[in-house]
Ligand binder design. Structure first.
Ligand SMILES: *[C@@H]1O[C@H](CO)[C@@H](O)[C@H](O)[C@H]1NC(C)=O
Ligand SMILES: *[C@@H]1O[C@H](CO)[C@@H](O)[C@H](O)[C@H]1NC(C)=O
Length: 376
């Protein structure tokens, strides 16, 4: 089933569809979770997220049927390729998009540099959107970005964006949208401590102490920085042989922290899996475990474009593959306490996602360039 939402400005953007959900994949290898207590389960159901997810064992074919609502956000201004979405502290939807720039075969040289014929995108690339109406409340990021990619909002409301054309990661003030911190050298790809090669995504610990960066399309590593942007350490390598071993990445495209499990999960896109590692977060002033130790993974789940965590659930979206044998694109949810996973919708692709506190999932898509909302 291939889902197409709305007709770009059609009168009804609401689509109802049913799913028969099965994650056609191996489920996370089980691992000891000190935090997997019954109280955390109860807390979650109170919050209303995923209340219909059974606690009674792995999903079996055909036993989950749900009516999901999928809706196109009718954004009041034209969107370019929507590379990322996030929810700010006021509940507004932030979109990071490419304006009139399109990533095609001429965008980059063979050595990953931005084509010299391309300047910064003139359009505003950051929209602050009222999610229920789609009204663009504010626009930012004109003449600043070359090829927008990832975005995350930290607990203090700062925006962290990655630009694969600039080869940089930029921390923007959530009020003024002005840069506060810039990592990497502008337009210069590299693989040392002060350069990235097309960095894809950022995760920031809730205390702001640690910044994780997925780097990226042309490197195969996860880098860890302190709050001032000083390099701490990195882990990961490109695959030496196929199938890739643990800790080897083939386009780490998205990352998510599960803080109380001290885990950093990586959407290892072209290896069609999620791998999770110890994040090496500190408790008090003491680092409790090393960074980058392999902990668990979910394999053969399709090309995972994006993962985001909400209350111990890891929500992910995959894209299609050329290979018709492979897994159909899907949105899935994994319970990080139990390792159980479920498919929520099949045939739905996206480049990035965001989850709000009410369990709405916002999906950023390209061609058509649009944002969908789905209620979990
Ligand atoms: C980008 O800016 C151009 C020139 O102002 C405008 O025509 C176009 O609609 C904008 N496109 C997007 C997607 O923002
Ligand atoms: C970051 O810089 C500030 C100001 O220079 C300094 O006080 C603070 O200790 C630094 N933090 C880290 C983690 O190095």
């Amino acid at each position: 089933m291939q889902l197409k939402a709305g007709g770009g400005g059609g009168s009804s953007a609401l689509i109802l569809f049913s799913i028969i959900g099965i994650l056609n994949a191996e489920i996370f290898e089980s691992y000891d979770s000190q935090k997997a207590s019954s109280s955390s389960v109860n807390e979650r159901s109170k919050d209303g997220i995923l209340t219909d997810v059974g606690e009674s064992g792995a999903p079996e074919e055909g036993n989950i049927e749900a009516q999901l609502q999928l809706e196109q956000i009718r954004v009041s201004k034209p969107l370019g390729e929507v590379s990322a979405v996030a929810i700010d502290s006021s509940g507004n939807l932030i979109a990071f998009h490419r304006g009139d720039r399109i990533w095609d075969k001429d965008s980059f040289t063979d050595d990953f540099k931005m084509s010299s014929s391309l300047d910064a995108i003139k359009n505003s690339t950051i929209f602050v959107i009222e999610p229920s109406t789609g009204k663009v409340l504010a626009e930012h990021g004109e003449n600043e970005f070359y090829m927008p990619h990832g975005m995350t909002i930290d607990s203090k409301g700062n925006l962290w964006v990655t630009d694969i054309g600039r080869h940089q990661v930029i921390k923007l003030c959530g009020k003024t949208f002005k840069p506060i911190l810039i990592l990497g050298e502008k337009l210069v790809p590299g693989d040392d401590e002060t350069h990235f090669c097309q960095p894809t995504d950022v995760a920031v610990s809730a205390d702001g102490q640690f910044i994780f960066i997925a780097d990226g399309y042309c490197n195969a590593r996860i880098m860890k920085f302190d709050s001032n942007g000083t390099f701490i350490e990195e882990f990961g390598n490109p695959p030496e042989t196929m199938p890739a071993k643990n800790g080897e990445f083939f386009i780490p495209h998205s990352i998510a922290l599960i803080e109380d499990l001290n885990l950093l999960c990586v959407a290892d896109r072209e290896n069609q899996r999620i791998q999770c590692f110890s994040a090496g977060l500190s408790q008090g002033h003491r680092q409790t475990s090393p960074t980058g130790m392999f902990v668990t993974k979910a394999e053969n789940i399709g090309r995972v474009y994006a993962i985001r965590e909400k209350r111990h659930y890891l929500v992910g979206i995959t894209g299609s593959t050329e290979d018709s044998e492979s897994v159909e694109p899907q949105i899935f949810v994994m319970d990080m306490d139990t390792g159980k996973a479920e498919t929520y919708a099949k045939g739905l692709e996206g480049h990035a996602l965001a989850v709000d506190t009410n369990g709405n999932v916002f999906i950023a898509q390209m061609h058509p360039n649009q944002i969908l909302r789905m209620q979990l």
